[in-house]
Design a protein around this ligand. Sequence first.
Ligand code: AMP
Ligand code: ZN
Ligand code: FE
Ligand code: FE
Length: 283
Amino acid sequence: MRVDLHTHSSVSDGTDTPTQLVHKAQASGLDVIGLTDHDTFDGIDEATEAGKRIGLTVVPGVEISCERNGASVHLLGFWCDRWHRGLGDELRKSRAGRTGRIEAMAERLTELGMPLTSDDIRRAAKASPSVGRPHVADAMVAKGYVANRNEAFDLWLADDKPGYVHRYAIPLELAIDLVHAAHGVAVLAHPWGRGRAHVLPADYIGDLVTDHGLDGIEVDHEDHDDDTRELLFRLGARLGLVRTGSSDYHGLGKEGHELGCNLTRASAFRELQRVARGRGARV
Ligand code: AMP
Ligand code: ZN
Ligand code: FE
Ligand code: FE
């Protein structure tokens, strides 16, 4: 069984519609994908239907934009009750925070010599309900200011670059609690990617397990080098966490993240399902 638990569609900042994503997943030899768009469940129904038609399992998921000590971190929630009020309210606040600063980012980039309007960015985002920095990057590419999304982030949009504007994100502990309140399982996404180990040190991850019942940790991810994977694998074992792997596929939106490039072992997937049932999820 080939399982890729973390993928994005055009409902957030991927470039494939949920239906296209599911078809590509099957063509890549996958049996199960998690659809984890940023802060929204809007693609789940379409992906699930498309999966049913061709015999591919879609795990309903979400990648929640969180914050710890002012730094942004991501939490994956699987099998959540999508109609849970508390979770829905926080996701809405997070989407509003992301989209609400688009105007300010357009102004900032214009001041920096790259004239851009919020309309340019919205056009780049097409119908996404979750307009964020990747779409700002797309608008910059369309204007010819940068060659691709990566260059836009490296030069202008990353957290410590001049085009960055802060936004509301959900405190990480609260996000874990809300995922559980919605009967889902909580998995820390790429915790030590992009030099982020200092934001989520091992003993703090231990506290998340003890105090908030964190369920899993993403180990195999392109943002983790071999040494990091090894360390996280051992940390996860020590803390009793389910250890997952995924592509974090975004279509053309993220290079080197092809579907199935990292997988979740079948045993880990079954364990995650078992934990989810224990939390009251309908798996
Ligand atoms: P936002 O939610 O608008 O702050 O944007 C976050 C999105 O930007 C996530 O999808 C990240 O994967 C992406 N992102 C954050 N930092 C980088 C980076 N350095 N390079 C490429 N993408 C990034
Ligand atoms: Zn993304
Ligand atoms: Fe992420
Ligand atoms: Fe992601």
